[in-house]
Design a protein around this ligand. Structure first.
Ligand code: MOS
Length: 750
């Protein structure tokens, strides 16, 4: 049956409000009697607070002051392990750790007040790298600085080395990356003994905030209310941190007896909130004489920062993706998240996979070169086929043809002729050109048994006028949630797109459809919207008010009669796992994800060997993500992911000094602008996924995984030198290329 609404690029649901300026972001909101909040943070990376002194020559009586002692419930940001305090009490474990909160009616007085607070510390030695954490000379978390480990074991890796024609080793690393959403973190909180607390804010996961506030404030479920305001970007950066800032605002609001607005400026947001986990990955790979992979040992480590927060789940996704879209007869992956004295690293689009896939796809190019095969041909011989299994022994049941995907990407990018032309021209040119490939996949939905535990619930409601509202906790933050969920409901009910609206996201009135993360909204929540909408039709049909086929006018009339008679018309749908999904959490084996998106990306670059700068000249992004629900939004997701990937590869470097970000401004933390982005050519293959709405799978994170390795592989192709780390800045390329010249010079001399 052909679709009318799904697959069509309808206008964004909240688009008009955004472009006309009527959309309300949290900092647009003003409450009567509202105060402004600010945070006093640690200036040391590790130690003990000896004294907090408020000097006499300051009007402290005008300020509301909150410390850890004012917390009525538990002093934690409740998430997974509950190890992170909401306010440091005695121990300091990272710079920028919140210690004291201040509020005042005049927001301009706050920075002076924050600076006036005098804190004395007993400093302790701190650690700031994966290597220092592994040395364990300082134990800063648990007994061994280790938040979490995983092992995936398939086949028998110990047996592969003796039969190998080649064994190739390599070590790769990736840096931290700031999410750089346009709108910084911010909330407003209100508190009363009768009603409990209400928080309005910029966030991805209202029910995460809800859970954290219950623990912090010692309040029951119905005394905590969380409302999402228009959210200006998130990228994972508003997955866990809003629970912290919401807690701070509520503590201030309770003590003040007034609403409190707490908004970070860019510098505070960059210095204090989460970033992508830095990583180190070691590969050791055995290949036979025909260029077939025999097996591999992968060691994957991420730097979690000072508290556990989400590191275990970020590590999990990175570990499962570490073997990529290849058929490994044997593979063993060891993975570990370690503690350092930096602010906790957190969720960022891709969630561990961009790190491990950068290492894998760089390594694949190095293996190919070692064994004398072109990078595309080596991949072709090893890409997964239907019926084969991933590293976790998940059988690929979808009719995916990765060889075909590879062929199409090579053709679209004119790969083979470019390889030839560049090889001919480069020796004579100052500006050397290169082309690089990355093959990858990204699991959609929560990992393993995650979706079963989440147990998402979605509602659809019809009014007496026959208008329909979708009730979810899945948030819009620019990616298109509102639009695609309304499309799915309209399509299912035979309505116009304009007949369907989203219910405002308020934890007192919408069901918990889970967090807005993990490329799960379109595929998992979208499917539940579809089934809840079908439930509405069933109810009306059972009441004798609807026949087949569903007609819009008949539907509206049926709603009118039903609601007048019964008061309301609502339908709910709860998550049910697709059949044959089995996951063993102890062995880390089985169906890691309900479905994967698959992709081949090709980057073309120019490296200027006088300035050592790199430009990305062309980019082909080809992916299979099931049915495309909204072509413009889907292409936008890919273009945005590629742009972020270009930043991750070539520009965005967090400069740390004793665990503190020192370039926490957009003037010195350099992200790509439109000037630095090539034409991004986006192509989709559409194989409808039977358990997604109208065949859709997840798309949000996938495009973050491939650009960095494709770009660095292209730089290697251009320069003939290997690079192992990102970000890869001109000074890094300079160092390697001039080192090459020295070597050549020495050879000539010898
Ligand atoms: Mo996320 S990186 O918001 O799953």
């Amino acid at each position: 049956m052909s679709q009318r609404v799904v697959g069509v690029s309808v206008p964004r649901k909240e688009g008009a409000a955004k472009v006309t300026g009527t959309a309300k972001y949290v900092d647009d909101m003003v409450f009567p009697g509202m105060l402004y909040g600010a945070t006093v943070r640690s200036t040391i990376a590790r130690g003990k607070i000896l004294d907090i002194h408020l000097p006499d020559d300051f009007p402290w009586h005008e300020f509301v002051i909150v410390s850890a002692r004012d917390i009525p419930g538990r002093n934690i940001v409740s998430l997974i392990l509950d190890d992170q305090p909401c306010l440091a009490d005695r121990a300091i474990n990272h710079s920028e750790e919140p210690i004291l909160l201040l509020a005042h009616p005049d927001r301009h007085l706050l920075s002076t007040a924050v600076a006036a607070v005098q804190i004395t510390y007993d400093c302790l030695p701190s650690i700031h790298s994966i290597e220092e954490s592994e040395l364990r000379q300082e134990i800063i978390w648990g007994t061994d600085n280790t938040f979490k480990t995983y092992t995936i074991d398939k086949g028998n890796v110990d047996e592969v080395w003796k039969d190998a024609a080649w064994i190739v080793e390599g070590e790769y690393s990736t840096g931290a990356q700031e999410q750089l959403y346009i709108e910084n973190n911010g909330v407003i909180a209100q508190y009363s003994e009768a009603e409990g607390c209400t928080v309005w804010g910029s966030m991805q996961c209202p029910f995460y905030v809800h859970k954290a506030l219950m623990a912090l404030m010692g309040l029951p479920e119905d005394k905590v209310r969380v409302i999402q305001t228009e959210t200006g970007g998130a990228f994972g950066g508003k997955e866990e941190y809003p629970s912290m800032i919401a807690g701070h605002a509520v503590l201030l609001a309770k003590k003040a007896g007034h609403p409190v607005k707490l908004i970070y400026d860019r510098m505070e947001d960059m210095a204090a909130t989460t970033k992508r986990h830095p990583s180190r990955t070691r590969h050791r790979t055995a290949v036979d004489k025909d260029g077939k992979l025999l097996g591999s040992e992968i060691d994957f480590v991420i730097d979690g920062g000072a508290y556990a927060t989400l590191s275990s789940v970020v590590l999990s996704r990175g570990t499962i993706h570490a073997g990529g879209p290849y058929c490994w007869p044997s593979i063993r992956i060891h993975a570990k998240a370690v503690a350092t004295n930096t602010p906790p690293h957190g969720a960022f689009r891709g969630f561990g996979a961009p790190q491990s896939l950068f290492a894998l796809e760089r390594h694949m190019d190095r293996v190919a070169r070692t064994i004398g095969l072109p990078p595309d041909e080596f991949r072709r011989r090893n890409l997964l086929k239907q019926g084969e299994t991933t590293a976790t022994q998940q059988e690929i049941r979808e009719p995916i043809d990765l060889q075909h995907l590879l062929d199409r990407a090579l053709k679209l990018s004119d790969y083979h002729s470019k390889v030839k032309i560049f090889a001919e021209k480069n020796p004579k040119e100052r500006k050397k050109k290169g082309i690089g490939i990355a093959a990858f996949m990204h699991g959609a939905g929560f990992t393993g048994s995650g979706e079963r535990y989440l147990n998402a619930l979605v509602g659809v409601e019809a009014t007496v006028q026959g208008d329909v509202r979708v009730m979810v906790s899945s948030t819009e933050f620019g990616q298109g949630t509102n639009t695609i969920l309304c499309q799915i409901a309209a399509e299912t009910l035979g309505l116009e797109y304009s007949d369907v609206q989203m219910a405002p996201i308020d934890t007192t009135s919408v069901p918990n459809s889970g967090p807005t993360v993990a490329s799960r909204t379109a595929m998992i929540v979208g499917k539940l919207v579809q089934s809840a909408a079908l439930g509405l039709l069933q109810t009306l049909t059972a009441a004798g008010l609807l026949g087949e086929p569903v007609d819009r006018d008949v539907f509206r009339e049926a709603c009118r009669i039903y609601v007048q008679q019964f008061g309301a018309l609502k339908s709910y749908s709860r998550y049910q796992a697709p059949p044959n999904i089995f996951w063993d959490d102890t062995k880390y084996q089985g169906e890691a994800y309900p479905a994967f998106g698959w992709a081949i990306y090709v980057a073309e670059v120019t490296v200027d060997t006088a300035t050592y700068s790199v430009t990305v000249d062309d980019f082909v992004a080809l992916q299979e993500v099931g049915k495309v629900l909204h072509p413009i939004l889907a292409a936008g997701q890919i273009e945005g992911g590629v742009a972020q990937g270009i930043g991750y590869a070539l520009y965005e470097k967090v400069v740390w000094k004793q665990g503190r970000m020192v370039n926490n401004q957009m003037t010195n933390y350099i992200m790509p602008t439109s000037q630095d982005i090539p034409p991004i050519r986006v192509y989709f293959e559409e194989i409808p996924y039977p358990y997604g709405p109208y065949g859709a799978k997840g798309i949000g994170e996938l495009p973050m995984d491939g650009p960095a390795p494709a770009i660095v592989n292209a730089i290697v192709n251009a320069t003939g030198r290997d690079f192992y780390s990102i970000p890869l800045l001109p000074e890094d390329i300079f160092a390697t290329l001039t080192e090459a010249r020295h070597e050549i010079a020495e050879e000539v001399l010898a």
